[in-house]
Design a protein around this ligand. Structure first.
Ligand code: 13P
Length: 250
């Protein structure tokens, strides 16, 4: 199998005002001074900062992502943003189906699938998030839950070039807790197998990120696990120093 180039993406969630763009400037400075790690790098600030961030990132080593989109291209949907609008603002990718959206907004796998198709329609990559709750893990249902989410959320015409999976155990997000390396390896192997079942050969090249309390102190051990092709970083992506240190795990 050809080597998969990793991706480390920072999900700022509902954090960041204009002043936070200084963290992007600081990240770019660190990369310019110390050289580029062998990984793709992405930041996903709130939509309000996309246009300004685009101007800072143009032509550089860091790409821009957004955090959600409406399935339709335009229409009477007050407050929503379409994938086309996010592309227009500079995003190259959109995070879809994050557990916080599944919980806060009742997003189903079918909705995540439609949003993924919207991202693809707009020429963007989709970062599709899956992961079990604490209760589901305790019930021994982790693999079944993740397989079900993939089967429902991944369009069958998804390609390695436009689709990324992020395995984010809900109980690990923002908690400081992480699964054991064996547990991560087990779930990522199942995700890989499920992807090839769903989309065939393309599934062997899809990047599978780990997300949930990735920090400078644990990035190296998490990122070297088999079938872990990068990370989706929340809290630690808000500070350039921490995010840069995570990139240096490569
Ligand atoms: P934390 O890194 O803050 O745990 O968040 C992970 C996450 O949800 C990224 O999408």
């Amino acid at each position: 199998m050809t080597a998969i180039r990793p991706l480390v993406a920072g999900n700022w969630k509902m954090n960041g005002l204009g002043a936070s763009l200084a963290e992007i400037a600081s990240l770019l400075d660190r990369l310019a001074q110390n050289g580029l790690p062998p990984t793709d790098i992405m930041v996903c600030p709130p939509a309000t900062l996309l246009t300004k961030a685009k101007l800072m990132l143009e032509g550089g080593p860091v790409t821009l992502g957004a955090q959600d989109c409406h399935p339709l291209a335009s229409g009477a949907h007050t407050g929503d943003l379409s994938a086309e609008m996010l592309a227009d603002a500079g995003a190259k990718a959109i995070i879809v189906g994050h557990s916080e959206r599944r919980t806060d907004h009742g997003e189903t796998d079918a909705m995540v699938n439609a949003k993924t198709q919207a991202a693809h329609r707009a020429g963007l990559s989709a970062i599709i998030c899956v992961g079990e709750t604490e209760q589901e893990r305790r019930n021994g249902a982790t693999l079944e839950v993740v397989q079900g989410q993939l089967a429902g959320s991944v369009p069958r015409d998804a390609r390695a070039a436009n689709t990324v999976i992020a395995y984010e155990p809900v109980w690990a997000i923002g908690s400081g807790l992480t699964p054991t390396q064996d547990d991560v390896a087990e779930v990522h192997a199942v995700i890989r197998a499920e992807l090839t079942r769903l989309i065939g050969e393309e599934g062997t090249g899809v990047r599978i990120l780990y997300g949930g309390s990735v920090k400078p102190g644990n990035a190296r051990e998490l990122l070297q696990i088999a079938n872990v092709n990068g990370a989706l970083v929340g809290g630690a992506s808000l500070k350039a120093e921490d995010f840069y240190t995570i990139l240096c795990a490569y």
